[in-house]
Structure formats: structure tokens, C-alpha cells
Design a protein around this ligand. Sequence first.
Ligand code: HEC
Ligand SMILES: [Cu+2]
Length: 338
Amino acid sequence: MMLAQFLPEQASEFAPQIDFLYLLLVALTAFFTLGIKAVIIYFIVKYRQGKKADRSNPQHHHTKLELTWTILPTLMLVPIFWWNAELFINMYEPLDVSKARNSLEIYVVGKQWMWHLQHPTGQRENNELHIPVGRPIKLTMIAQDVLHSFYVPAFRVKKDVVPGRYTTQWFVPTKVGKYHLFCAEYCGTKHSEMGGYVYVMEPEDYEKWLEDARWGMGNFRSAETMEAAGKRLFTELKCVDCHGEKATQRVPLDGIYGTERLLSDGRRVVADDEYLRRSILDPGAMKVAGHEPIMPPYAGRVLEQEILELITYIKSLSAKPEPVGKPAAEASEARGTE
Ligand code: HEC
Ligand SMILES: [Cu+2]
């Protein structure tokens, strides 16, 4: 009970691991602080002025003691460091392939002073996020103005949301409930109001919520999946003129996602979300070798939201149907050798 008040609720797979490390560090710190304080007090009393204690032959050096207090803490700290580093890497690396397989991708745009979240199936939310319990959730996040930070204490998840660059974060919610969402980076006068709630739901309830959210918003575009919205933008923004099937000197975008691109300045880069974003906003900086540099820059002409939709559409052009019934590891190996 005490602990429940001391720490927020544990509602993700990371939470118990982080809490264990944290409490272990607190316990070790307390143990040594109290132990050392106790010895200090003992010596103060024993050798206080006027007390008849043996003060002859003071010792200045004790090799065994010094070795002990060097080696023991090292042996204690190295495993803690190892453990910590492993958890840190696991949290901040993108999802591993097998988990990514059934992960739910949520796209997050932070702006003064709200969180804008979108589900791949098109549902949009402001300052609220509905997710199913037990399924890995991957957030792809960007800020439209200044630095923000996506913080859900119950999940022990906090990640900066940066203008001009995607950051990602993943977690697996383990407990149905309603949890606080905060912005943890001071972002202007109404920073403290920039927050809301994450609703973790049973998978059936989530499906039902998705259905309701699709039709209930009175906004026809919310009925559109992100991929469909991206496809519509692809036409509206005239990308089709150069990249569409009917373009005369066509630059195909099919199959490029995740592949290595050779740029005209000799650089080789992997076509990930970040690459696609830069290619759209500032093609001059990401010019692909072997083409005329005729693509106009779209910086200032598209919203972050729309770029995410375009990227989802371009990704869909590269999605190959997964071989049915193949274990995840095998399928990813097969892909790697292509
Ligand atoms: C006037 C023609 C034209 C238009 C319009 C255009 N592009 Fe391009 N695009 C190109 C050309 C040419 C290249 C290759 C040279 C380069 O990278 O600048 C290219 C490159 C790209 C690349 C990198 C491709 C690769 O092989 O790595 C992406 C992604 C891309 N465009 C997306 C878009 C999107 C999205 C739009 C619409 C918002 C768009 N383009 C509009 C001509 C165009
Ligand atoms: Cu903020």
C-alpha cells in the first residue's frame, strides 16, 4: 500500500523492471548511507574529547580493507550497470522484428499545447489515446513547433518529441485502466495544460471504440485510413505527376522503403521514415542519383500530419504480403537475404 503511493501504478511491461532497478538503487543507497552514518556516530562517541580511548599507534594504511571497499562495490555496480544498459537499449531501440509483427503503430504530433494522435486506421484523437491491452504499441512522434516530451508515468515511458525529426518509443500496456499523459518538457505558458489520458482497453472494447470513433467524429476524413489519406494527398499535391503510374518520366517509389538509396553526392542512406520526410520537404538535400533534380520542395506546404500520411502511403507501396504461416524469425531472414 505504501509502495502504491510512493510510485505510480505499474501498467506496462517496463514498469516492474524499472521499479525493481530503482528500488534496488534506493535500498543500496540507504544501506550504505545508514551503515556509514552508524560508524561515524560510533567513532564520535568512542573517541570524543575527554574519553579515555587508546589513541596510540594510529593506523594510516590497511591494504586488505582498501581492497575490500574497492572490489566489493565494483562487483555490485557492474551488474547493475549491465542490467540498466540492457533495459535502456531494449526500451530505446525500435521494436524487435517478432514484436513489431503485431505491433500497433500510433502517430503522434506534439504542438503548443496539445497532443494529436492518429491510429493507422485513421481515427484521430486529441489529448486522449485509446489502446488495446497486451499488444506492443509503437509511437512515431514529431513536434510541430518546439520541444515536447511524451510522458506516461504508469508505463515508465518518457521520450522527447522534437521538431524536424522523428523519435520512436514502444511499450506493452499490461493493465486495463485510465492513465495520465503529460508533456514533460517546458514548452511555453500553457505547458502544464498539455496532457490528457491514455485508456488501456480490452481488445474487443478497443475494436468497438475504433468503430465508434470512425463514424462518431462528424469529420469525414476520420473515416479514411492513413494510407488512403496519403494516397489522396499524393494526387492533391501532384506527386502523381512525377511518381504516379502514368507519369511520363516516372520516378517509381514502389519498393523503396527500407532499401539503401544512393544519393547524387555519393552518400548511401536507408529509406526510413526520416529519409522520406526529408525527401518530401527538401529534395535538394536528399537528391537521388540518376535523376534530374526537378522535384519541388514541399517545406511549408504540408502539415506534419500530412507528411505522416504520405509516408504511410509510400510505405504501403513497399509492403510485400507476408508469407502465410511462416514464423516471424524465418520470414525476416528471408527478407534480409533478398
Ligand atoms: C516535378 C516532379 C516531382 C513532383 C511533383 C514530386 N516529385 Fe518526388 N521526386 C522527383 C524526382 C525527379 C526525384 C528523384 C530526384 C530527387 O531525389 O530529387 C524524386 C524523389 C522523391 C523521393 C525519393 C525517391 C527515392 O528513390 O529514394 C521521394 C520519397 C519523393 N520524391 C516523394 C514525393 C512526394 C511525396 C511528392 C508529393 C508531395 C513528390 N515526390 C512530388 C520528382 C517529383
Ligand atoms: Cu509540450
